[in-house]
Design a binder for this molecule. Structure first.
Ligand SMILES: Cc1cc2nc3c(=O)[nH]c(=O)nc-3n(C[C@H](O)[C@H](O)[C@H](O)COP(=O)(O)O)c2cc1C
Length: 202
């Protein structure tokens, strides 16, 4: 059985374009993977806490030296790490908020990118430990940041690529829906193009 982890970060419970694309992708993907175990994390419904002194202290204490309070501070992070480690496929959805990813998704990644758990330092520098996974990332933005010179303002795609690569996830397919704030025709064209791209992938 294969396991897919879906992580959503749009603040919208209805009308999210990034989630619409992931829904479309998943309806097709599931028809090819009938027995898949699908896990979902909705970061808007259940926002992860920001890093604090207790969490950081616990993360940088060796696992066998952590006291009960430190173990407790890492409970959610441990759950998130176990969940992404168990996944064969990752589906990540992200709106662009102020040129970057939503703060909830950044907080989630702060819980996931952990030395000794998802990356380690070796002789050649940092090494990702989550090897062999495939990731699909769905990004929706109001404007179009896919071409120069506007692409220089897009901190969503390069950041997610860097963060996922850092923990060893290198097989990443980005599906972008630009122009969600550029009128009904632009929205329809962009969503249609993104769905056609999904069709060609599956
Ligand atoms: C708080 C906020 C900030 C936004 N910042 C940007 C931005 O910097 N650039 C942009 O092109 N669109 C921006 N948008 C528009 C969203 O990227 C766009 O509505 C997108 O469709 C949101 O994804 P979703 O439909 O999955 O929620 C912003 C929207 C919100 C709510």
């Amino acid at each position: 059985m294969t396991t897919l982890l879906r992580v959503d970060s749009s603040a919208l419970s209805q009308g999210s374009h990034s989630k619409e694309l992931a829904d479309y992708f998943l309806s097709k993907w599931q028809s090819q993977h009938h027995d898949a175990d699908i896990q979902t994390v909705d970061l808007a419904a259940t926002p992860p806490p920001h890093m604090d002194q207790a969490m950081i202290g616990a993360m940088y204490t060796m696992p066998n030296e952590r006291d009960e309070a430190q173990k407790s501070a890492l409970t959610l992070s441990e759950q998130y790490v176990a969940q992404i480690r168990a996944a064969d496929t990752l589906v990540l959805t992200s709106p662009m908020y102020n040129f970057a990813i939503p703060s909830t998704l950044k907080a989630y990644l702060d819980h996931i990118l952990r030395v000794g758990e998802t990356f380690q330092y070796g002789e050649n520098g940092p090494e990702g430990l989550l090897k062999g996974k495939k990731a699909y990332v769905f990004i929706a933005s109001g404007g179009d940041y896919t071409q120069p010179p506007m692409d220089a303002l897009n901190f969503v795609k390069p950041y997610l690529k860097t963060a996922l690569n850092f923990i060893g996830i290198e097989d990443i397919t980005f599906i972008e829906a630009p122009g969600m704030g550029m009128g009904d025709d632009a929205v329809a064209q962009s969503i249609e193009a993104a769905k056609a791209r999904i069709d060609s992938l599956l």
